[in-house]
Design a protein around this ligand. Structure first.
Ligand SMILES: Cc1ncc(COP(=O)(O)O)c(C=O)c1O
Length: 320
């Protein structure tokens, strides 16, 4: 619906003073189909796609499925899992077709600073080949101590940027299945064709709900962000009191990614023990990338009461 695409465009103008043509916006049932469409449009045998280690697991699966090669740059714990432009630039070569950035990041909650974005984009501007950047901004409204950021702000390179976002996280509308992609001129027609062949369109009542959400919920979104921040602080402070765990405070999202090496268990063993013995669901870090077996991902997307309950169970188990 043009009305929803227009509303999304108005939001980018309001938040970032950037005008986005509604004709460049593709509506989708959640953000995931946009990831699939973007990666598959830019993949072919021999291409390389740069992603962070750790990162949202489906990037790697789609890249492999589409016949490209995932190339990883590390988000290092000693750097607070920050995105460092030089670490990305180091991985670029003649085969690089796409770089995927997800900030705030699932699973680390780290955020790429504007100065690092600028450094990367200056490099890309002068690089001999055209390299696209897919910016997964699904947690962009959940940045603590700062406003939302978007790669849309990096003007001058809009031709190379695909932005993906949606209402699953910012508005807790995961079950509604509503998201969007902003594609450059040279990709939008193929992306729309692809979408039409996969899912036709998103039903119109969901699109109307999205329009209302975008127009009427600034205060709700702000309160939700505060509440995610409070719950995340509660979790991280508590986790840092558990023997064997140490956790960096995330800058955004609603995840934390503690180092669990000193428990003496691998992340796989710990995930199993927490679930089967203690009834606490976490995710083994190896699901997010290579050699992540000293980390587990914890979601703080639950009530403070549940978080306190989980922390008490962990304390009783590990701090004996
Ligand atoms: C980084 C990232 N991108 C995309 C998605 C998918 O969002 P959606 O539910 O809108 O498809 C998720 C969901 O967990 C995510 O963590």
């Amino acid at each position: 619906m043009l009305e929803l695409r227009q509303e999304i465009s108005n939001n980018y103008l309001k938040s970032f003073s950037k005008s986005v043509d509604p004709e460049n916006i593709l509506i989708s049932p959640g953000a995931k189909p946009i990831l699939y469409i973007a990666i598959s449009l830019l993949s072919s045998g021999g291409n390389e796609v740069i992603i962070s280690n750790p990162s949202f697991p489906i990037y790697r699966s789609i890249i492999n499925y589409c016949g490209s090669k995932p190339v990883f740059f590390d988000l290092k714990e000693q750097n607070n899992f920050n995105f460092i432009a030089d670490d990305i630039i180091e991985k670029i070569n003649d085969k690089t077709k796409l770089i995927i950035l997800n900030t705030p990041c699932n699973p680390t909650g780290s955020v790429m600073m504007r100065s690092e974005q600028k450094k990367l984009f200056n490099f890309l501007k002068n690089f001999k080949n055209k390299i696209y950047v897919l910016s997964d901004e699904i947690y962009s409204k959940i940045i603590f101590h700062s406003n939302e950021t978007s790669l849309i702000e990096q003007s001058g390179l809009l031709d190379n940027i695909i932005v993906v976002n949606g209402l699953s996280k910012s508005h807790s509308m995961t079950g509604w299945r509503i998201g969007w992609g902003i594609f450059p001129n040279e990709l939008i027609d193929d992306a729309v064709k692809y979408a039409t062949n996969i899912y036709s369109c998103v039903n119109n009542f969901t699109q109307y709900a999205a329009i209302s959400a975008l127009r009427e919920t600034d205060e709700y979104v702000e309160n939700l962000k505060k509440s995610f921040e409070e719950r995340t602080i509660l979790m991280v402070k508590g986790i840092n009191l558990i023997n064997g765990f140490s956790c960096i405070f995330p800058k955004g999202s609603f995840y934390c990614y503690p180092n669990i090496k000193k428990t003496g268990l691998t992340s796989k063993e710990l995930q199993h023990e927490l679930l089967e013995k203690l009834g606490i669901a976490t995710i083994d870090g190896n699901n997010f990338g290579l050699k992540n077996d000293c980390f587990i991902r914890i979601s703080c997307c639950t009530s403070k009461n549940n978080i306190n309950k989980a922390l008490t169970i962990l304390k009783n188990h590990f701090n004996k």
